[in-house]
Unconditional design. Structure first.
Length: 392
């Protein structure tokens, strides 16, 4: 005989979000979207599934390994379940909203599903909320997205936000200018990813010194950026260094409370990005809260920049809200207008749907904090004492 089905068992990386946390999660999403909207970012809502050839085209190609596939029984075509909403928003902008004036400001929130999680983040399904500024390639655009995301974090109660700035194109441009072979480039990337100074020093002399100094471009912006400025960089790389300086200058003017750090050699986790990238952190929390950066701008694609915030990280860092008082309303009920007024005062009303011998005991059983007596909410403890006095 087969064993009985465990209906609570879910695949690894998936979980049920239960009462309390689900409501809190919805409130956080609503607040983030409200901040995005207040800065001119209009919400779009792409579908959960798309045809594979469109979902994984262009930007989406870098997410192919993380994308679940399923056969569409109607068209007999393969579909993909989104692993990231940014690529969908880019598709909407280039197709359905192609005639809208630029720059185009869009926001979104929804679940994404990935083939596998990481050691630090085993979740494979989580809510992603973010914003995209499409059709503009300026330092001001980069800074705007970072500032709006930081303000959205502040609005939900995340304090002491820091932003780590990085330049994924920088190292490839330096390696290309030095004329390294593909094998030498891979060795250099491996050494930099592991922050291995000895391995970097063993690279060809044409890049060893510069890349070794790049390892020092890591930490608080005011300390790290002068090191980057002092390096002898090829012109394309110098342009990105200047771009970083311009963005940081504007960030300091618009959001002086946001702490800026730099990591000039980091590029992991920025699959489809082609320019300045950024990661959001909060003091005392080791996981990043979101990330983003510049993408597009080549092969006929519009330049764009955007940021995504991860709800599974934010829920872990935010203080949980105080539960609203729950009021049990016995069968005899009360005037509907009175109940509306009590809900307006912050009470959650729980209407009885069957008789009870002891309404106070019923309120306790249903996790109610108050019982409606004579049109007034009475704390369950007080109601219990009153009930004992009336029925010794």
């Amino acid at each position: 005989m087969s064993e009985p089905i465990n209906r609570a068992l879910l695949p690894a990386g998936l979980r049920d979000v239960l009462p309390g946390e689900a409501a809190f999660e919805a409130t956080v999403v609503q607040s983030l979207l409200a901040t995005f909207s207040a800065h001119g970012y209009d919400r779009v809502k792409p579908p959960l599934l798309e045809f594979e050839d469109s979902l994984l085209d262009g930007l989406g190609a870098d997410l192919a390994a993380q994308t679940f596939r399923v056969m569409d029984p109607v068209t007999q075509r393969m579909m993909g379940m989104r692993a990231d909403m940014t690529v969908q928003v880019a598709r909407v902008a280039s197709s359905r909203l192609a005639r809208e004036p630029r720059p185009l400001r869009l926001s979104y929130a929804g679940d994404v599903l990935r083939v596998k999680g990481s050691q630090l983040r085993p979740d494979r399904q989580f809510i992603q909320a973010g914003l995209e500024l499409i059709g503009c390639d300026t330092p001001e655009a980069d800074a705007e997205v970072i500032v709006v995301a930081a303000r959205a974090l502040d609005a939900i109660g995340v304090r002491h936000v820091s932003v780590d700035l990085t330049l994924p194109p920088l190292v490839p441009l330096i390696l290309d200018a030095a004329g390294l072979s593909e094998a030498e480039k891979q060795d250099a990337r491996h050494a930099l990813d592991h922050k291995d100074a000895a391995e970097v020093a063993a690279l060809p002399a044409s890049v060893a010194h510069t890349l070794g100094r790049l390892l020092d471009v890591c930490g608080p912006f005011d300390r790290a950026f002068p090191v980057l400025e002092s390096l002898d960089l090829p012109p394309p790389a110098r342009a990105w260094q200047e771009r970083l300086g311009a963005v940081a200058k504007r960030l300091k003017a618009l959001a002086p409370c946001v702490r800026l750090t730099v990591d000039a050699v980091e590029n992991r986790g920025f699959e489809y990005h082609t320019g300045l990238c950024y990661t959001f952190f909060a003091q005392g929390w080791r996981h990043h809260l979101g990330r983003g950066g510049r993408y597009g701008g080549a092969n006929g694609r519009e330049p764009a920049t955007g940021a995504s915030l991860f709800l599974h990280s934010l829920i872990g860092i935010l203080p949980k809200p105080k539960a609203a008082p729950r009021l049990l309303v016995p069968l005899d009920g009360a005037d509907p207008d009175r109940l509306d007024a009590l809900r307006g005062e912050g009470f959650v009303t729980i209407a009885a749907v069957s008789p009870a011998a002891d309404w106070t005991a019923e309120a306790i059983r249903l996790n109610c904090t108050h019982l409606l007596e004579n049109g007034r909410p009475c704390p369950v403890g007080d109601a219990q004492s009153s009930n004992q006095r009336e029925h010794p």
